[in-house]
Design a binder for this molecule. Structure first.
Ligand code: PLP
Length: 375
């Protein structure tokens, strides 16, 4: 231990961003006059239009959270049978597939991007396969071009879980333009949020009426219910929070980038820690700061040591989804994902972390690895 590096106050892995209090109260004032609290209210409409512009996508629909948005996306595509996906994701991705009556099929990941490995997808395709559900893990875009080719060749739909990728662009395009539908989570812990919230983006406007109906009990007009829907509407208070946070989005991402650079300035001098590289054709959102250690043993030790310094890192994603007891799967079939999940640790990353704290956390890791941790 280096007592000089201990934080007085705990540093969490993430911290929800809040807008200026007066800005939020000003934004919600009109709700008292209108008495329009939910069901496609005016703040909801304004938020939706602004999000389409921010994400550079033609069409979007808002939902109460990302998970229900994902379930509705899957339902709207009318899929059957098997969906090829990644085990290195949050439980939500796999649960959404299963809750729609489909079977998730776990495909291994790419060591560099930590996303589904497009070269592994085809060996999982059977006569039952109807879609690929890929995740832009930690905000790094999947190889969308290769995935699109495979999908076209085999007549499969493509859904992107873009929960981590708000504001990310690939080759100058908003990441929500790829695949049939993309889902963004607007949960409090994400780069950008509306307390709870979710968003689907798509290029085919004919999806809109179905998505609108599915989130509102399948109701298509006052006297007709055409789908077996659910309740997944975003309310006006959520939209107000989103509108306020949107004003500070660019500043928040710039602050995250400063923390990212501070981490990198230390880690790039070290061989024993791997961090995710940036790419020149990608506009990043600096949503997470994952690092990979030499082994599970080193990762687990580092997790405990950081706690003693008051740094609350997170083993994310660990365990793998194909190791969950509710899925009867075998993670030895996805060896790269297994190795990544066993060696990964997400370090604190949020908009007011600051470059000084990020550098200090990196220096703790440097000090401890140089000191006594064995592999
Ligand atoms: C957060 C998250 C979700 C779920 O989003 P909610 O808005 O929390 O429902 C889905 N997938 C991934 C990868 C996530 O990180």
């Amino acid at each position: 231990m280096n007592p000089q590096l201990i934080f007085e106050q705990a540093v969490p892995v993430t911290k929800p961003k809040l807008p200026k209090y007066a800005n939020y109260t000003e934004t919600i004032k009109g709700i008292w006059n209108r008495r329009w609290l939910t069901n496609d209210g005016p703040l909801h409409q304004e938020f939706k239009t602004k999000l389409e512009r921010t994400l550079k996508v033609p069409f979007a629909e808002l939902f109460t959270n990302g998970h229900l948005a994902l379930e509705i996306a899957i339902k709207s595509l009318g899929l059957k049978g098997e969906v090829i996906t990644t085990p290195f994701t949050f439980a939500s991705t796999i649960h959404a597939i299963s809750n729609c009556g489909l079977t998730p099929v776990f495909c291994d990941i790419d060591r560099e991007t930590l996303n589904i490995d497009p070269d592994e997808i085809e060996k999982h395709i059977t006569s039952e396969t109807s879609a690929i559900a890929a995740v832009h893990v930690f905000g790094t875009p999947c190889n969308v071009y290769k995935i699109e080719k495979i999908a076209q060749k085999h007549g499969l739909k493509v859904i992107y879980d873009a929960a981590h990728a708000f504001g990310v662009e690939l080759d100058g395009k908003g990441i929500g333009n790829f695949g049939d539908i993309s889902m963004f989570s607007l949960h409090a812990t994400k780069v950008f949020h509306s307390i709870e919230g979710g968003l689907l983006t798509f290029s085919d406007d004919s999806f809109s009426p179905k998505l609108k109906a599915l989130k509102n009990f399948g109701i298509t007009s006052p006297e007709s219910v055409d789908y077996i829907g659910t309740n997944a509407k975003m309310n006006e208070f959520q939209a107000a929070m989103g509108l306020c946070n949107l004003e500070e989005l660019q500043a928040d991402i710039a602050a995250r980038e400063a923390a990212y650079q501070a981490y990198v300035s230390v880690f790039q001098e070290m061989d024993s820690v791997r961090f995710l590289q940036g790419y020149s054709n990608i506009k990043a959102n600096y949503s997470y700061f994952p690092v990979l250690f030499e082994s599970k043993n080193v990762r687990d030790q580092m997790f405990e040591i950081l706690k003693k310094y008051n740094v609350l890192a997170r083993k994310y994603f660990y365990p793998l989804c194909n190791d969950f007891s509710c899925y009867n799967a075998d993670s030895s079939n996805t060896p790269v994902a297994k190795e990544v999940s066993d060696s990964v640790l997400c370090l604190p990353m949020f908009s007011d972390l600051g470059d000084v704290k990020a550098r200090q956390i990196a220096e703790i890791i440097n000090y401890e690895l140089g000191d006594k941790i064995g592999g």
